[in-house]
Design a protein around this ligand. Structure first.
Ligand SMILES: C[S@@+](CC[C@H](N)C(=O)[O-])C[C@H]1O[C@@H](n2cnc3c(N)ncnc32)[C@H](O)[C@@H]1O
Length: 198
């Protein structure tokens, strides 16, 4: 679903870039390590900083990326094209990923699947587009943050379908993604690394 104005402003500013680079990416790297080259997919790429991180920090050769919001797609495209990065960006939905089966060495989710009502379907789609043995890196916002009364006023999250750390792990397993490492901060944010289970 589309972000409200408040969250969109939070996602499109230099502080977000710092948090994503200095905290979120480092946590995921510590949990899951670098890719061994290859092509990665980023679901819900926002302004495109995650795609830069996947290239620079995780070592992908090329990144495909999509976002539900056409404005975000335009921002990400501008950013990545300006610096000639090996990336392809399109408008799409994580619950029905426009990519063939077994296409990617890795899939990255920087905090978007909590926006998807059919989040279990999104995890099945992640598994479908991963190569056998491919790796899913996810950083997710969890129920405790989403249902807090202040956050419910500030953000437009689908709170009926939000998940906690355990439920997301279970969703990964049910989708055929074997959790290799996971951690959380106060039931508010979780980091997960899971491999396609075949
Ligand atoms: C919290 S923002 C995170 C953006 C970016 N990953 C980042 O870390 O800055 C969530 C993003 O998910 C996108 N989004 C929401 N629902 C989506 C869906 N069903 N499929 C793909 N992207 C979606 C939103 O447009 C938004 O850009």
């Amino acid at each position: 679903m589309l972000l409200n104005r408040f969250e969109k402003a939070l996602m499109n500013n230099p502080v977000r870039v710092l948090v994503q680079r200095r905290i979120e990416a480092r946590r995921l790297l510590a949990l899951g390590g670098r890719m061994t080259g290859g092509v990665a997919l980023e679901v819900g790429c926002g302004q495109g900083v995650g795609t830069e991180i996947i290239l620079d920090v995780f070592g992908a050769r090329r990144v495909d990326a999509f976002d539900f919001d056409a404005d975000m797609v335009a921002i990400a495209r501008r950013r990545l094209e300006k610096h000639g990065r090996p990336a392809h960006v399109w408008q799409g939905d994580a619950a029905a990923i426009a990519a063939p089966d077994c296409a990617y060495e890795a899939v990255f989710d920087f905090g978007i699947i909590h926006h998807v009502v059919a989040w279990r379907d999104a995890l099945k789609e992640v598994r479908r587009v991963l190569k056998p043995g491919g790796r899913f890196y996810a950083e997710e916002v969890l129920r405790r943050f989403i249902v807090h009364p202040i956050n419910r006023r500030l953000f437009d999250h689908p709170f009926e379908t939000c998940f906690d750390h355990h439920e997301f792990r279970t969703g990964l397993a049910e989708a055929g993604l074997r959790v290799q490492a996971a951690t959380q901060f106060w039931g508010c944010v979780g980091w997960f690394v899971a491999d396609r289970d075949d």
